[in-house]
Design a protein around this ligand. Structure first.
Ligand code: SF4
Ligand code: SF4
Length: 271
């Protein structure tokens, strides 16, 4: 008898109960902290009624992002776990969630295909899934918007800052952490806890690695996100708070107009 086997792919569906034990893994995992745009702070502010600078103080961080030109810094959201994951697995700010949250896991399908096997190991919801046409169109719209937002952000926020971190060797990381540990208690208290969590994460990765008798390097990307991000947050906290406050005072109309377009895209695709 002829046996025909066709590859049967699931559509991508976010179903925490089925795929991540109801834990919303992508909202907690150290490998996927969302980089934030300034507009994301604005959207969260609209949703929660908190001023942007208060959100930055309580929930912000800095995320090192690997690009083709090397590591650069982006604004970020605490992720250990995310403060808006108040009622696991539900996001308390779902309709105003950061664009990178809405972009997951389509970002992996669209822009990080080379890392797909790695993400599939961590997130069962991605394994064997493929996004629908509507989900692909939604994420393509977001991708186009990211480019536009980048230009607006450079004009209103990043002016005069070189975001490239460059190579991070042990000496540089050591001195960065030393400065951050001195600054964090008075500048950015939650960075102290994040730095401690990063060390725990590092040690647990090492233990798992050794217990499994694994050869080769340990995957430290999550640790790098956590520890370098926390240290940079402590260092940049004051400067970035001042810049966000300027935007809040003088340029809200620009961000309100951008947000209207984002809301329209979310509505159109039911996301
Ligand atoms: S996207 Fe995947 S990992 Fe994230 S909450 Fe949904 S099922 Fe869980
Ligand atoms: S903002 Fe919402 S979707 Fe994004 S990480 Fe937090 S809980 Fe998850």
């Amino acid at each position: 008898m002829l046996e025909v086997r066709l590859p049967v792919l699931r559509q991508f569906v976010c179903d925490p109960a089925k795929y991540c034990e109801g834990k919303s893994l992508c909202c907690q995992n150290h490998d996927t902290p969302p980089g934030m745009n300034v507009i994301d702070f604005y959207r969260l502010s609209r949703k929660t009624g908190q001023p942007v600078t208060e959100i930055w103080r309580e929930n912000g961080t800095v995320v090192p992002v690997l690009t083709q030109g090397g590591w650069i810094i982006a604004l970020g959201l605490r992720h250990n776990p995310c403060p808006y994951l108040s009622n696991v697995p539900d996001c308390a700010v779902h309709d105003s969630r950061p664009l990178n949250c809405a972009f997951f896991p389509f970002s992996v399908f669209l822009t990080r295909r080379d890392q797909l096997p790695y993400y599939q190991r961590i997130y069962p919801c991605i394994d064997g899934a493929q996004p629908t046409g509507g989900q692909i169109r939604f994420s393509a719209k977001l991708l186009a918007l990211f480019n536009e937002l980048g230009e607006v952000e450079v004009k209103y926020f990043w002016q005069g800052i070189d975001p490239v971190i460059g190579e991070m060797n042990t000496n540089k990381l050591g001195s960065l952490l030393k400065t951050a540990q001195e600054l964090a208690p008075r500048e950015a208290p939650h960075a102290v806890a994040s730095i401690a969590t990063a060390w725990e994460l590092y040690l647990s990765r090492l233990r798992i690695h050794q217990a499994a008798g694994s050869q080769g390097p340990v995957n430290l990307e999550g640790f790098f996100h956590q520890i370098v991000g926390s240290a940079l947050y402590a260092l940049c906290y004051r400067e970035f708070a001042a810049r966000l406050s300027e935007i809040e005072k003088f340029h809200l109309s620009v961000f309100a107009a951008l947000n209207d377009r984002i809301v329209a895209i979310f509505r159109k695709y039911g996301m």
